[in-house]
Design a protein around this ligand. Structure first.
Ligand code: C2E
Ligand code: MG
Ligand code: MG
Ligand code: MG
Length: 279
């Protein structure tokens, strides 16, 4: 009967769990509102040519300007956005910002920047991603080769043919795909064998102690050699010291990203940063 069900419900959901669920609901409502009120903001972190030190482009990283909590990190809301499906409109917002920014940077400029955007697994596997990108390419004056999509290895959970198909559709558009946090998943090498990706980002856990730990150095060297053999673009993430830069230069890593060069910054700081960096 009904009473029994209610008792069961009480037995299954502890007070802590109910609090968590209420919090999640609250965050979901707030995320929707954040989209409507334009509370999201993209920060940009420079990507550097390892040999010359020159800026090649940027990775966009989302932030949430919460009216009470201040700047909220994506690690606090991306998972929930993913599980509720809100990641699709949020991802589309990110893509639109990215196109607008690329157009501003690259139209009539001598230097062309690339822009990497993070797309979550659910969005990557959704048919709407292709349509939205195609539409955006028609709307904005952007060379598709300057847009790079970063996905993590767990996209592969959905099965080989599905992921291969999605990737080949993006290739049709001329957009490149990179594997983020490379080396942290269990299927890293399978990925390279089966999926038509153009780049890998070596996870910062290997870069962190590359100067002290021979294993980290060895793994990094192996990934770089393998990536080069496969003609992939390779970026090391999480570069924080000049020693790490020197080592990665010796290992022949083409590109770098990390706090040593700059933390992710709001758009309004970029021009200043570029001027200072170039001197
Ligand atoms: P990610 O794509 O692997 O981004 C790299 C993270 O490392 C960023 O954290 C960045 O601020 C941080 N980082 C960069 N350089 C260094 C360094 O030298 N040292 C250290 N310790 N950290 C460094 P952030 O911005 O908090 O983003 C965390 C994750 O959230 C991202 O990891 C990405 O998976 C996700 N994310 C960020 N923006 C978006 C977005 O627009 N869409 C989606 N779907 N996910 C996003
Ligand atoms: Mg990334
Ligand atoms: Mg990463
Ligand atoms: Mg990461």
């Amino acid at each position: 009967g009904r009473k029994r069900n209610i008792r069961n419900v009480k037995a299954i959901f502890t007070d802590d769990m109910l609090t968590v669920m209420a919090d999640d609901l609250n965050v979901e409502m707030n995320l929707r509102r954040a989209l409507d009120l334009d509370e999201f903001e993209l920060y940009y972190q420079p990507q550097i040519d390892c040999q010359s030190g020159k800026v090649i482009g940027f990775e966009s990283l989302i932030r949430w300007n919460h009216p009470e909590r201040g700047l909220v990190s994506p690690v606090e809301f991306i998972n929930l956005a993913e599980s509720t499906g809100l990641i699709i409109p949020i991802g589309e917002w990110v893509i639109t910002q990215a196109f607008q920014q690329l157009e501003k940077w690259n139209v009539n400029k001598q230097v062309e920047f690339t822009l990497s955007v993070n797309i979550s697994p659910r969005h990557f596997l959704d048919v709407r991603l292709y349509d939205f990108l195609k539409q955006s390419l028609e709307t904005y004056q952007v060379n598709p080769k300057n847009l790079n999509i970063e996905i993590t290895e767990n996209v592969a959970m959905e099965g080989l043919t599905q992921v291969q198909y999605r990737m080949s559709k993006l290739h049709e558009l001329g957009i490149t795909v990179s594997i983020d946090d490379f080396g942290t998943g269990f299927s890293a090498f399978q990925y390279l064998q089966h999926f038509p990706v153009q780049g890998i980002k070596i996870d910062r856990q290997f870069i962190r102690d590359i100067a002290e730990n021979e294993k980290s150095m060895g793994i990094t060297k192996t990934i770089i050699d393998l990536g080069k053999m496969m003609k992939l673009n390779i970026i090391s993430e999480g570069v924080e010291t000049v020693e790490q830069w020197e080592i990665l230069k010796k290992l022949g890593c083409p590109q770098l990203q990390g706090y040593y060069f700059s933390k992710p910054m709001p758009l309004k700081e970029i021009e200043n940063w570029l001027n200072q960096y170039q001197h």
